[in-house]
Design a protein around this ligand. Sequence first.
Ligand SMILES: *[C@@H]1O[C@H](CO)[C@@H](O)[C@H](O)[C@H]1NC(C)=O
Ligand SMILES: *[C@@H]1O[C@H](CO)[C@@H](O)[C@H](O)[C@H]1NC(C)=O
Ligand SMILES: *[C@@H]1O[C@H](CO)[C@@H](O)[C@H](O)[C@H]1NC(C)=O
Ligand SMILES: *[C@@H]1O[C@H](CO)[C@@H](O)[C@H](O)[C@H]1NC(C)=O
Length: 533
Amino acid sequence: MPRKSCGRVCCRGLYSCHWETKLREDHPGKHACCGFSVVLLVSLLSLCWMYICLVTFNDQEDVNWEGFKMLKRWVNFFMLGIIVSAVLTSYCVLLLLIALFHVAIGEKLDLHWFHMIFLSLGVLFIASGLTGISLKWKQEWPTVPLSLQATGPFLQFGAVVALTLLSPLVFRCFLRSKNAGCKVLIALVFVVISAAIFLCPLLIHSPCLLSELPEKPKLIGHRGAPMKAPENTIMAFNRSVECGVTAFETDVQLSKDRIPFLMHDNGSDFLLRTTNVKQKFPDTHFSHSANLTWEELQSLNAGEWFVETDPFHTVRQLSEDEKKAAQNQSIPSLLQLLNLAKEHNISVIFDLYSPDQENDTNDTVRTILSSGIDPSLILWLPPDERDAVSLAAPGFIQVYNNLKEMLNKRGTHLNMKYSKLSTEEIRELRSHNKTVNLWVVNEPWLFSLLWCAGASSVTTNSCHLLRDMERPSWVMSPLQYRIAWTVVDAVAFLLMTALFIVQRTTHSHSREKEKRGDNTSAWNELMPFLPTV
Ligand SMILES: *[C@@H]1O[C@H](CO)[C@@H](O)[C@H](O)[C@H]1NC(C)=O
Ligand SMILES: *[C@@H]1O[C@H](CO)[C@@H](O)[C@H](O)[C@H]1NC(C)=O
Ligand SMILES: *[C@@H]1O[C@H](CO)[C@@H](O)[C@H](O)[C@H]1NC(C)=O
Ligand SMILES: *[C@@H]1O[C@H](CO)[C@@H](O)[C@H](O)[C@H]1NC(C)=O
């Protein structure tokens, strides 16, 4: 007779909605087993999905930007997605824990249809997320294997612990099953999975398994310090100076009267996200930087949007004065930025969005040369007129965003998205004294990985976080890691062996009692969903 403890009843109530204690049927059948498998699979799926969400957090802006292009409104879709995923994952894992608890105390496993519906919705949500990434955000996939170089060792330790904790249940299955084929199958699956978990460190390669740590990468402020002030405003660049950046990253376009100014969005979204253009010019749609004169651009406010939409959830960290200053920003000219760079001896790197390639490049180069800035502070990135620019301004440093082009032109500076180069390639390039900058790197785990790989610098939104890091999140020498995982594996193996021996002894005792007609053994109540063959 099952006892009627409170924990048991609650647990059963949550899982199957049977609050009453029912006598167990002798053949609980496939139903329970099926429910348990569903819970287990969906839990694993949701954990993987949560992992993907967390490692793609570094690029959350991409998602929100896609949303903005569709809705013309800034909504933090990524955060919404993460919250829904976190709720879903917690629910699945809780259900799994309850199911395991059921198994451990020998309660009947009957998944309520209500949970089935929720789990199905969860699977649908995850499936649409995965499809969405594959269709619209393919370039994000390489981040997932890359992240394993940072998390792999710890995921393996976690998997070993989970395996050890679950092993008693598997052993119990194994001992209770009376069919030899079933026994062999359980043993085989368990041994294969255990071996894979125990030995996967042989496949883990991380740049942070190293003996000598390279120099910390320099920081480049992505449109200034966009978490501390509205992007591409003088305030944002001033905040990035406080972070100790070695270069300003920005975006240049030319006005109707040929003044280079700083603005990222271009094309049909020009000015919509970061200025009050809709209020100032309600009836006009600008799609072109040359639609407005410098004076008209100056009349726009380029900071209010930041306080209103709070794109990085950082506005509450600002003081009242900082908020006021942020709300009073206007669009800066390139010349203003060059003066700031000159004053602080900081480099400038920018994208040029230009409908009129040749003239725009010429006017930009002329502005730079006449500003009096040291030409070696200019990291010239726009590829289209590179040869002409090299002639007109030989002092500029040519930066390539394409590895082949850099090698062809015997360049020394490379600027790439972080996921476009493997950590081995970064190491290789650095050993040939090439300067490698990677964008956009916001999360400490990613920064750590690139630091270990030896990157020269990273373009970042979160210079205030990365500035304070004195070491990567973790570094281990290869020998230390080998010792660590061998010890963890060995301890887990010994524990599991001990558990198996204890369980086998207890099992054979209870079998003897059973033969003597004494049928009160607790073991009988365990693993109710196992087919009794
Ligand atoms: C903006 O410039 C484009 C290209 O020169 C032109 O076709 C369009 O009419 C202009 N729009 C406005 C509102 O001036
Ligand atoms: C900033 O404040 C000054 C003084 O109040 C005002 O004249 C100016 O228009 C403001 N600029 C912006 C972009 O709001
Ligand atoms: C500017 O910084 C560079 C290194 O980033 C240094 O070599 C140079 O001496 C500095 N120039 C001045 C004027 O401080
Ligand atoms: C890279 O630079 C270092 C020091 O400046 C030098 O010793 C080394 O030979 C260079 N390596 C290559 C491949 O040029």
